[in-house]
Design a protein around this ligand. Structure first.
Ligand code: GLP
Length: 258
């Protein structure tokens, strides 16, 4: 796992966006996995800038999002489909029919989840998966205790996640209790993982995920099993990493070699 400590949120977002852009430059029909949350918003802004100013082309891209709240229709202001349209899809040239966000309103969630998994496979699998991390160490909505082999399914959100996400709703009781989420096993099948983590409040979860034991109590720790992971973090989020100096040294050598 590569840990790249960046001086601030803007630098972190740019560095992570560069990985996606490099992939697109050599594979224009790449399959991209996207995440919601405030962490990747800067990365998406940078992709939009690259599209508008440098002609980064998304016309052949296919996308899959990690998760969606159960019960929110796609046009709900807090749905993850709305989030993706507003923060990325509406500003780039990806064909809307190539964008996939799980449905939170299907009549049969289990059948939908099986279909979603099949779509990912039929598209050739995800080339690069963008990830954030929850303050309890979750990836997507794989809450503590989720099987590290889990597949796309309906999950129940923890009290902590409801508290964290209440800021987007009028009141906490408006946050849906359930979500459709790609599983940890599904996520691990992406060929490359790019995680973005910023802010002091994420420091304990990041340290546990990167330097702690692999455990279903911190589902992001499963990334330690993946052969190609880059974690871009700002100084605040990196503040509890024991191996900080080591990661910085490696990055310095990599820059010198460039
Ligand atoms: C939600 C999403 C995750 C995201 C997390 C952190 O739980 N399901 O994919 O990583 O929020 O969000 P933020 O980046 O806003 O802290």
């Amino acid at each position: 796992m590569d840990v790249v400590i960046c001086k601030d949120y803007a630098a972190m977002s740019k560095a992570a966006a560069r990985v996606v852009a490099e992939l697109l430059n050599h594979k224009p029909n790449a399959v991209l996995g996207f995440a919601t949350g405030s962490s990747p918003v800067g990365l998406y802004k940078e992709l939009i800038r690259m599209h508008q100013e440098e002609g980064l082309d998304f016309s052949k891209v296919t996308t899959f999002n990690l998760d969606e709240y159960v019960g929110l229709p796609p046009d709900h202001p807090q749905s993850y489909r709305t989030f993706m349209n507003t923060n990325l899809f509406n500003h780039i040239n990806v064909p809307v029919q190539n964008t996939h966000v799980p449905s939170g309103t299907s009549a049969n969630h289990a059948a939908f989840c099986a279909w979603y998994e099949k779509q990912i496979v039929d598209c050739g699998g995800i080339d690069v998966q963008v990830l954030g991390i929850g303050s309890d160490g979750h990836v997507a909505f794989n809450e503590p205790g989720s099987s590290l082999g889990s597949r796309t399914r309906m999950v129940t959100l923890t009290e902590q996640t409801l508290d964290d996400n209440a800021r987007f709703f009028k009141k906490k009781s408006d946050v849906p209790r359930h979500a459709i989420s790609m599983g940890v096993g599904t996520i691990l099948e992406a060929r490359k993982q790019v995680m973005v983590v910023n802010g002091k409040n994420k420091a304990p979860a990041l340290a546990a995920a990167v330097e702690g034991p692999i455990t279903s109590m911190i589902t992001a720790s499963a990334l330690q099993l993946h052969p190609d992971v880059v974690v871009f973090v700002d100084e605040d989020a990196a503040s509890q990493l024991k191996m900080r100096d080591y990661y910085n040294w490696i990055q310095k050598q990599a820059k010198k070699a460039d």
